[in-house]
Design a protein around this ligand. Structure first.
Ligand code: ADP
Ligand code: MG
Length: 343
């Protein structure tokens, strides 16, 4: 070994130990708040309590702000205001809402309407059905369906306006809002100087830089936890997101048939036997709608789409999980094994 190589090696060893010293003083902080009908969890590493607190408060405030734009539950949300006014004329909307609507339209185009935020009238029928434990009447479904269609959501990018082609149309961002909000929370933390962070919003998890001295955040995939002693997969994520959608939690069961809270906008029917779909991608705003869309599309077409047609969203992988006769059965996209360690 030449001397200069030795020096370089010594310098590298020194740098590595400096790095350990720099990260050793970092403390793990964890915060929770309820937003968007679920619990948002933030885990982060910081060297000072006050900085951690300030950053997490700012991140939660951003989620609350987005909820006021995206919520279909709150009358005063920008989304509901849009639905009340945009049938008559194009309405100018915030950048946040425009982004959510544009991404949603992209997923609608990509999936031929399997993902469709204009499905709200049908989604509401099925929400009520879960409450009263009765399948909606075909007449009601037909009526609701007449208001559904992503092409009726007309967007003008330059003017940042939206028009709804039919009066009575409703929008529901439930399939994408949490992924978007988690991304934004992570971005706020980064702006506050904290990059070693994870934000979890129910089934949507986004990660920034890895925890100190580790390759990434370990996230277990266990959609049917009651049937599994250990998680189905252990992901190690860094600057990546994972979303799980499906009927493991919210569903309606009638005569042994399990109707998902995800519906097929093209038929107006709740998905039956959806199982669970987990998607790993670069961002929550990709993994979240992808998981919802794939629940509608199913494994045959869905895996083909992931393996061949979604490269514009960067690396992406999916696993479909079904329970058959009390046993777990899985089908995964080609990239799944590699994406388990996404960096
Ligand atoms: P969650 O984590 O709340 O289960 P998902 O990302 O799985 O969310 O999306 C489910 C939600 O998306 C539903 O509660 C509903 O609000 C909305 N949704 C249902 N079906 C569709 C669909 N085909 N396209 C777009 N959004 C849908
Ligand atoms: Mg989703």
């Amino acid at each position: 070994m030449t001397i200069s190589a030795k020096i370089t090696l010594a310098a590298l060893v020194l740098l590595a130990s400096l790095d350990i010293r720099a990260t050793r003083s970092l403390t793990r902080f964890e915060y929770h708040q309820n937003h968007m009908g679920t619990q948002f969890n933030i885990v982060l590493y910081a060297d000072r309590n006050d900085l951690a607190e300030k950053a997490s408060n700012a991140a939660f405030a951003r989620v609350a702000e987005l909820n006021l734009r995206y919520s279909d539950y709150r009358d005063e949300s920008e989304l509901n205001e849009l639905c009340r006014t945009a049938a008559d004329r194009p309405v100018r909307i915030s950048e946040d809402l425009f982004l959510a609507l544009s991404l949603s339209s992209e997923w609608s185009e990509l999936t031929g309407g399997a993902f469709d935020i204009t499905a709200a009238p049908v989604i509401r029928l099925w929400r009520r059905a879960r409450r009263i434990k009765e399948i909606p009447d075909q007449d009601y479904i037909r009526k609701a369906r007449s208001l559904v269609g992503y092409r009726q959501l007309q967007m003008d990018q330059k003017a940042r306006t939206v028009r709804l082609a039919k009066s009575g149309m409703q929008l529901d961002l439930g399939g994408i809002a949490k992924g978007l909000a988690a991304d934004e929370a992570l971005a706020v933390l980064a702006r506050e100087g904290i990059d070693r962070a994870l934000v979890a919003a129910g089934g949507d998890v986004v990660t920034g830089e890895a925890p100190p001295n580790s390759p990434g955040w370990v996230v277990g995939v266990a959609p049917f936890a009651a049937l599994q002693k250990t998680p189905l997969a252990q992901l190690v994520l860094r600057h990546a997101a994972v979303s799980t959608s499906g009927d493991a939690e919210q569903y309606l069961e009638i005569e042994g048939i399990r109707y998902s809270h995800i519906i097929d906008p093209r038929t107006g029917m709740a998905i039956i036997g959806a199982g669970s779909v987990t998607v790993v991608a670069g961002k929550g705003s990709i993994s979240d709608p992808a998981a919802t869309a794939l629940s509608v599309i199913g494994p045959d077409k869905g895996l083909r789409l992931v393996d061949s047609g979604l490269s514009k969203f960067g690396p992406l992988a999916a696993i479909f999980v079904q329970v058959e006769n009390g046993k777990i059965a899985t089908r995964e996209s080609q990239g799944w094994k590699k994406m388990m360690k996404y960096e």
